[in-house]
Design a binder for this molecule. Structure first.
Ligand code: ATP
Ligand code: MG
Length: 469
């Protein structure tokens, strides 16, 4: 039986669940909902289906954060929901759901599901169940498919944390709490639904989500929810690298990167996302021109500030930051083996990227700009002649310049290089030439050796001669 609450945060510890908070007892109203999500809710409801908002949007609103996206759940099957919206698509294999598209906004509609996979024994990998096409678990107990539909109560139980199992009913505008999410919001704590070990076994990404919410909401992780994480962190090895890549972007690229990074390391999870970086940080390796920990912290801090002030950040920039200390270490090793500066860098970048994609798959459209940012760190000091103007035109100049500033901010002395480039970008053309001349004088030792230039000159005079002939 559903108990009606008299206030949103009812201080009675023994309150029974589920708890229904009527419309006049809470502040979540239609004004807080995206008009498109409302359209979807009403259309489903008018067609005779139950329709609720669930998850992040209710949680964030109750905590005082502007909701980001609106997830709809219903008792309509994906096919039934799809049939109601001409602007919708059926998607997903692991979880079948419907995307309703309004311009750039996508409203996700999923069907109430039951966690029946949890009750099934895990199967050996080679027999990965073709018998049951709706649910399946891997030999490690990880849920591979979960498409058995159920009641709203069952749907609540298969969600990850109590505060993510709050439902807003469009039929009467009430909020329904099935797993004690309201009490946990009051305590500012993250509590996993059900047995923590079993829930992490089913989906190890839930460990990462606990950390993400702890950093984002500034909540503590309830003791039993936190207890098994260190010991079970290794299960992340069984998650497809492409899924982990996406999780890393949400973890470190959502405006709370510094705090998330600290928590990931504290809980022993960082190792499974960035194995090389983790090993390097643990080894305490440092060099005059790089303090890996200070550099990564500075990079995350700058990214957080950018996001919090509404500016954009690129995934490749974040990854370039996290892998730079490993690149610097490998670069040194290749140079010791006798490779010149740039070939050593290219080898180092290849090695680091190859190791990283085994943990979190980095799409090529991101690894190419990462290489360019690293490469430019070695080219930005060389500003002689026309080079500075050419570098300014490089499509990755801006990112490489920001990267360079982060290196300096983290304590690396680059002889005022960041300031030089700041001035150069702002100066009118005649003053730009002065800046280049000054850099030429100051860095005469650094200038490309005459020996290295000679063959090029010869080639160009040959070319001239052949043109004259
Ligand atoms: P945000 O969008 O702010 O990151 P969210 O809670 O909306 O937070 P989503 O990833 O959008 O997070 O997921 C929507 C909902 O789906 C969650 O609130 C939760 O109820 C459920 N969910 C997501 N991932 C899992 C998971 N791995 N295990 C169980 N439930 C999950
Ligand atoms: Mg969401």
């Amino acid at each position: 039986m559903v108990r009606k609450a008299t206030s949103l945060f009812d201080s009675d510890e023994s309150r029974q669940l589920p708890l229904e908070i009527p419309r006049d007892q809470h502040t979540f109203s239609r004004k807080n909902i995206s008009p498109n999500a409302l359209k979807v809710l009403y259309r489903l409801n008018e067609a005779g289906f139950d329709a609720y908002l669930v998850g992040g949007c209710i949680r964030d609103h109750l905590i005082g954060i502007e909701p980001k996206d609106f997830d709809v759940v219903t008792n309509a099957t994906p096919e039934e929901a799809h049939a109601l919206f001409s602007n919708s698509r059926l998607i997903g294999r692991r979880f079948k759901l419907v995307h309703v598209t309004y311009g750039r906004e996508i409203i996700e509609v999923s069907t109430f599901r039951a966690n029946t996979a949890a009750q099934q024994p895990a199967e050996p990998e080679q027999q990965k169940s073709l018998k049951n096409k709706d649910t399946a678990r891997s030999s490690h107990g990880i849920i591979l498919r979960d498409n058995v539909y159920g009641s709203i109560e069952e749907d609540a139980e298969r969600r990850d944390f109590s505060f993510n199992a709050l439902y807003y009913n469009i039929a009467d505008f009430s909020i329904n709490d099935y797993c004690g999410g309201l009490a946990d919001i009051e305590k500012r704590q993250i509590r996993i639904i059900g047995d923590p070990r079993q829930r992490y076994q089913e989906d190890p990404v839930r460990m990462l989500r606990a950390i993400r919410f702890a950093a984002k909401l500034n909540f503590s992780i309830e003791a039993e929810t936190a207890a098994p994480i260190k010991e079970m962190a290794h299960l992340l090895d069984h998650i497809p690298p492409a899924r982990l890549f996406e999780e890393v972007l949400k973890l470190l690229g959502s405006g709370n990167g510094v705090e998330t990074f600290k928590l990931l390391r504290e809980y022993g999870l960082f190792k499974y996302l960035f194995p090389d970086t983790d090993a390097l940080l643990k080894s305490g390796w440092q060099r005059k021109d790089i303090d890996p920990e200070a550099f990564i912290m500075q990079g995350l801090l700058n990214t957080d500030e950018r996001i919090q002030s509404g500016r954009s950040t690129a995934p490749y920039f974040l990854y370039a930051i996290l892998l730079w200390p490993s690149v610097a270490l490998r670069h040194e090793e290749f140079e010791k083996q006798g490779l010149p500066e740039l070939p050593a860098l290219h080898q180092a970048a290849t090695m680091v990227l190859d190791n990283q994609v085994a943990a979190t798959a980095i799409p090529r459209r991101f690894s190419t700009p990462m290489r360019e940012i690293w490469d430019l760190q070695f080219r930005l000091p060389k500003r002689y002649g026309k080079r500075a103007f050419t570098l300014l035109q490089h499509p990755r100049f801006r990112a490489a310049y920001d990267f360079l500033l982060i290196r300096e901010q983290s304590g690396t002395n680059l002889g005022g290089l960041g300031e030089w480039w700041s001035n150069f970008q702002q100066a009118p053309e005649n003053q730009q030439r002065d800046l280049i001349n000054k850099a030429d004088e100051r860095k005469a030792d650094d200038a490309p050796k005459a020996k290295r230039r000679r063959p090029r000159r010869r080639r160009s005079s040959n070319a001239k001669r052949s043109q004259e002939q």
